[in-house]
Design a protein around this ligand. Structure first.
Ligand SMILES: [Zn+2]
Length: 67
């Protein structure tokens, strides 16, 4: 392994815009901006055009809720 994989993400806060370097194993996790303290979610994959469009259903599906 030549080097550790580092991901660089930018703080979404317009007043901060701090570039954070997080390790590759932090993908899908939450990191905290050291500049403003905003919690940022590290993208699970590289920002590429992934053909795999996965739709993850969060929570229970809202539909026929029969009591
Ligand atoms: Zn920030």
């Amino acid at each position: 392994m030549p080097e550790k994989s580092i991901i660089q993400i930018m703080c979404p806060k317009l007043t901060c815009r701090r570039v954070l370097a997080v390790p590759n194993n932090a993908r899908g996790k939450l990191v905290r901006c050291r500049g403003c303290g905003t919690t940022i979610r590290v993208p699970a994959e590289k920002q590429n055009c992934s053909a795999n469009h996965s739709e993850e259903a969060s929570g229970e599906g809202q539909g026929a809720n029969a009591a």
